[in-house]
Design a protein around this ligand. Structure first.
Ligand SMILES: Cc1cc2nc3c(=O)[nH]c(=O)nc-3n(C[C@H](O)[C@H](O)[C@H](O)COP(=O)(O)OP(=O)(O)OC[C@H]3O[C@@H](n4cnc5c(N)ncnc54)[C@H](O)[C@@H]3O)c2cc1C
Length: 417
């Protein structure tokens, strides 16, 4: 199913296919794009009509419009090991950061932060481009460049709220050395697509790290959690979504009269509530396992309950020769601890996410039946995976989507400009 039909970048967000990555800002050489956070939706672009009217350059690199699962795979290894569920795979490991502080503080064992730190300290990469909390308004995120252990740690941990890390891909492009890029699967794909058109960016994308992702909730999700903990927005000092143990609680540190207090909610309850705020593009996403990256990490959920008290572990999906080389060197240099495992373990670890991926064909079919635009997904076995579901489940994936699209008014463009 590779039909889209979107022909203008200005239509991606109104059709709810934008994921707010910010790549259109980096792609535009004429300053025609700005980003705005729509509290109920996510970060969305606005296009200057005088600059963007006849230009479709950024549509070509927009992951809301298209996604090629094998675009980053090295042609020499492309056919080597493909998995219907997990995409391009050279190796699978399970492990964590070797440094106990990084392991404890991060999301699922700090693998991503530890690899990034190795690249800064031992590979001489210039900076890590990623996302962290906005210090002024901690329920929001900002795009950051980290250059030290302290900065990498301060910006570690999953942020279940909008981010737009690709807006600063120009910083990597202009750098005098390669850099680390960390982003959601769609961010990583956008970076890869832009790099294919920009040789300096391609040269400087030292490593692309991604993670398993079930979707980005809007800012309103975070604000509702904060409110339900009885904290006023102006009293929020910091928001951590998890970490400090595995998976760790959602935590809000409080300012003002209640300064020093911390309110908590379990990871399970918080994530359960946040999923209500995940938008349409994420609900039809088949690439939540970070297919387009050098290395993608996700929670090793299959090991979680068997070992309560474990400070966190990730399943590590090595997708390119570059990823394999860096991971081996990070292991040899003592930054990460890893045990080899296999695709079956990765599937067990991510079974919730994969269950959703199996429904994607039915969801896209439902949308197309009533004439709603869908992205072009290349390289996926959407139909084959959908066929694995029971007849009832398949019917529900199509009919349920049609019902939701009709009752929520998703069959027409939203008012976003
Ligand atoms: C929106 C979202 C959905 C997720 N869904 C799943 C899931 O379905 N299954 C699963 O196993 N795990 C999911 N995760 C968690 C993710 O898999 C873990 O972060 C991953 O296991 C890596 O853990 P770590 O300890 O190695 O990461 P850390 O060392 O803590 O590093 C995390 C890195 O990710 C960056 N980052 C955090 N949030 C964002 C964001 N919103 N956008 C871009 N970059 C960000 C940080 O800047 C940091 O560099 C999700 C995370 C997010 C942000």
């Amino acid at each position: 199913m590779a039909v889209s039909g979107i022909s203008r970048i200005q239509d991606v967000a109104p059709w709810r296919l934008c994921i707010g990555c910010g790549a259109c800002v980096a792609a535009c050489t004429r300053g025609g794009v700005t980003l705005h956070n729509v509290e109920s939706e996510g970060i969305r672009p606005r296009f200057d009509p005088s600059i963007c009217r006849n230009c479709t350059d950024c549509l070509e690199i927009c992951p809301g419009n298209q996604f090629d699962r094998y675009s980053r795979s090295d042609p020499s290894t492309r056919g080597l090991y493909k998995s219907d569920e997990m995409g391009p795979l050279l190796e699978v490991w399970v492990g964590s950061a070797a440094d106990p502080e990084i392991r404890r503080q991060c999301s699922s064992g700090g693998m991503i932060s530890a690899i990034a730190l190795y690249c800064l300290e031992k590979e001489g990469m210039a900076f890590v481009l990623h996302s962290g909390p906005d210090p002024e308004r901690p329920w929001l995120n900002r795009t950051v460049r980290s250059r030290s252990r302290e900065e990498v740690l301060a910006n570690s941990g999953s942020r279940y709220a909008p981010t737009s890390v690709c807006e600063d891909l120009g910083g990597i492009e202009r750098s005098d050395r390669p850099c680390v890029f960390i982003g959601r699967p769609c961010d990583a794909a956008a970076a890869d697509m832009l790099a294919k058109r920009r040789p300096d960016l391609d040269r400087n994308l030292g490593i692309v790290l991604s993670f398993c992702c079930a979707g980005t909730p809007s800012t309103r999700g975070t604000l509702d959690l904060i409110q339900s903990l009885g904290v006023a927005k102006e009293d929020v000092r910091s928001v951590r979504y998890r970490g400090d143990g595995w998976p760790g609680d959602f935590r809000v540190a409080v300012e003002g009269a209640k300064r020093g207090e911390e309110r908590r909610m379990s990871y399970g309850v918080a994530w359960g509530r946040l999923t209500k705020y995940v938008g349409l593009r994420c609900r039809i996403c088949p690439h939540g396992v970070g297919d387009v990256s050098d290395i993608a990490c996700g929670d090793a959920w299959h090991r979680h309950h068997a070992d309560e008290g474990n400070p966190g572990e990730s399943i590590v999906l090595v997708r390119t020769p570059r990823g394999r080389e860096i991971l081996k060197k990070a292991m040899d240099a003592g930054y990460v601890r890893l045990t080899p495992t296999n695709e079956g373990a990765a599937i067990r670890a991510q079974k919730e996410l994969l269950r959703k991926h199996n429904e994607v064909f039915g969801r896209l079919l439902g949308m197309r039946i009533i004439g709603v635009f869908t992205p072009r997904f290349l390289g996926f076995s959407l139909f084959r995976n959908w066929r694995r579901l029971s007849l009832e489940h398949r019917a529900r994936s199509v009919l349920g989507t049609i019902q939701r699209v009709l009752t929520r008014g998703l069959w027409r463009k939203s008012k976003l400009k």
